[in-house]
Ligand binder design. Structure first.
Ligand code: DX5
Ligand code: ZN
Length: 216
């Protein structure tokens, strides 16, 4: 199980310090939420912030692209230091081409699915994915409540991956906290993103430790 704190809820004025505290608590990856004000109704960060993160931590950086025309920006995020990149199936008509590009550049390639997007939208690309990001809130903001239907979606996806003999990993993002993390791991999630459960709680190191403990 990898706990991936989302910096969306961190203090951006002290980003390096926030991330090192989460790292000390046992975080295995840093999750960067990229929003464009079109695909989702919020604006966040671009490659410049990923580059700053790259200097602040040795953990892998997972860029979650909630943007239109993501294919135009892939090299920018890879050059800045992202080594995991997820694209939204709802936002990219030529998904397969973008995935091939990511893999060609040696990056772990993922596809994110909104709560209302059926898993069947992944049927064709599943064998080309290193991971699937199951959104357990509607993307755009941190601090929303976990949508309970996501748990069964993770279970069904894990069963499909097994049946098809694949090694695709499952990441879950949105409303993850100490109360649901264990059930998500049992359902088949391997990467758990947590924003408000890690930052904004006073002590990110202790918060990560608690979540990792709760997942056991
Ligand atoms: C939502 C983002 C999430 C968010 C998670 O659009 O993709 O990564 O930061 O925050 P919490 O854990 O607070 O739901
Ligand atoms: Zn995210």
């Amino acid at each position: 199980m990898i706990l991936a704190p989302s910096i969306l809820s961190a203090d951006f004025g002290r980003l390096a310090e926030e991330v090192s505290r989460a790292e000390r608590g046992g975080a295995g990856m840093v999750h960067a939420d990229v929003m464009d004000g079109h695909f989702v109704p919020n604006l966040t960060l671009g490659p410049a912030v990923v580059r700053a993160l790259r200097r602040a931590t040795s953990l892998p950086i997972d860029a979650h692209l909630m943007i239109e025309n993501a294919d135009r920006y892939l090299d920018g995020f890879i050059d800045a230091g992202a080594s995991w990149i997820s694209l939204h199936v709802e936002a990219l008509p030529h998904l397969q081409r973008a995935l091939a590009h990511l893999r060609g550049r040696g990056v772990r390639a993922g596809v994110a699915v909104n709560p209302s997007t059926p898993l069947s939208s992944l049927d064709e690309v599943l064998p080309e994915l290193d991971y699937v990001l199951v959104m357990s809130v509607n993307p755009g903001f941190g601090g929303q409540s976990f949508l309970p239907a996501s748990l069964d979606k993770v279970r069904r996806l894990a069963a499909t991956i097994r049946q098809r003999g694949l090694r695709t990993q499952i990441e879950v993002d949105g409303g993850v906290d100490a109360a649901n993390v264990r059930a998500l791991v049992d359902a088949g999630a391997e990467i758990l993103v947590a924003g408000s459960a890690v930052f904004g709680q006073g002590d990110p190191e202790a918060a990560v430790r608690r979540l990792v403990e709760a997942a056991r």
